[in-house]
Design a protein around this ligand. Structure first.
Ligand SMILES: Cc1cc2nc3c(=O)[nH]c(=O)nc-3n(C[C@H](O)[C@H](O)[C@H](O)COP(=O)(O)OP(=O)(O)OC[C@H]3O[C@@H](n4cnc5c(N)ncnc54)[C@H](O)[C@@H]3O)c2cc1C
Length: 284
């Protein structure tokens, strides 16, 4: 289907992009276009102005910030995460998970910012960034604010990025000694959409486990995290910590899985993600 007629702007700076977004009520940022253009073709979204972020070089960088944090520009593509030496050093799970998203075209065009701003509950990166304890920086004409990933995702296709605002940066703490990361789940087909996913970080200040596809936003499995706090990450202890997790969830039923099956998968995925994280704990 052809696109509805739409105004197009290609700003050269972030400030110019923010000006455009705040001036036009119906303006939307265009990143890789892998989701936005599809929903526009389906007439599920009809922005009046597309503000193309393609020329904003400052949003395409990956660097180290204070305390060795990984600072990732919102326009960094999924493919860029795979090739980044900074990601490999600081948080290789980001590249590992990005490598399993869809196909080469989607990874070459799709961006980390677009992946999380769309907050499709089946997307890979929202639960991962919650488990990693990432923080998101949002800019508007009024200034800049940084919020934790736990507060970024508000609902299906809804995030803390408001009208006239732009996500500029994702900041991820480095994997310090004693910390390990894991990701597991069940997809429709090999590189397909997740039915349920789970991301885990163990060690450090405590374990974090985030589930995808069981609610509108990534869900922290806090009861399981508390039970893991004892520090015993043997398979028996991790399974015991996950017991009953499914019963606390109210996931959707759809063509891919019933709510009951998702409850079951959530426990299985959470256990696998934590055990994988435990196997990968780096020496401290
Ligand atoms: C066939 C196919 C299969 C896919 N399968 C998966 C999958 O299994 N798992 C997965 O995780 N993803 C999947 N995706 C989605 C893919 O990862 C997309 O690239 C991603 O969700 C959107 O990124 P984008 O850069 O293309 O964003 P766009 O489509 O350009 O934008 C998406 C939304 O985010 C907003 N936005 C983008 N950047 C910003 C910003 N900096 N600040 C504020 N708002 C912004 C846009 O306005 C728009 O509303 C799939 C996509 C396709 C086409």
């Amino acid at each position: 289907m052809l696109l509805r007629e739409v105004e197009y702007a290609r700003p050269a700076t972030v400030d110019e992009a923010i000006e455009l977004l705040s001036e036009h009520e119906g303006a939307r940022p265009l990143a890789g276009g892998q989701t936005l253009v599809n929903v526009m073709k389906q007439r599920a979204a009809a922005p009046d102005v597309l503000v193309d972020l393609a020329d904003l070089a400052e949003l395409r960088t990956i660097s180290f910030g204070a305390a060795g944090r990984l600072e990732i520009g919102a326009m960094v593509t999924l493919a860029q995460l795979l090739g980044s030496s900074e990601v490999e050093v600081a948080r290789p799970i980001l590249a590992e998970v990005a490598s399993t998203i869809a196909d080469v075209q989607v990874r070459n065009r799709g961006t980390i910012g677009g992946n999380i701003c769309v907050n499709d509950p089946t997307n890979h990166l929202p639960p991962l960034l919650v488990a990693l304890g990432a923080a998101m920086t949002i800019r508007s004409t009024g200034g800049e604010r940084t919020i934790p990933a736990d507060e970024f995702f508000l609902g299906v296709y809804m995030t803390a990025v408001g009208e006239g605002e732009l996500l500029t940066r994702i900041s991820v703490p480095p994997r310090s000694g004693g910390v390990g990361d894991g990701f597991a789940g069940v997809t429709v087909g090999k590189h397909g959409t997740y039915i349920v996913s789970a991301a885990a970080t163990v060690g450090g200040d405590g374990s974090r486990v985030a589930l995808g596809c069981v609610d509108a936003v990534p869900m922290r499995a806090t009861a399981m995290e508390n039970r893991l706090a004892a520090g015993d990450l043997s398979e028996a202890s991790v399974r015991a910590a996950a017991a009953g997790l499914g019963a606390t969830l109210d996931p959707p039923s759809d063509v891919h899985a019933s709510a009951d099956y998702r409850r079951h998968l959530a426990e299985v995925a959470a256990v696998r993600a934590v055990l994988q994280a435990a196997e990968r704990v780096v020496g401290g």
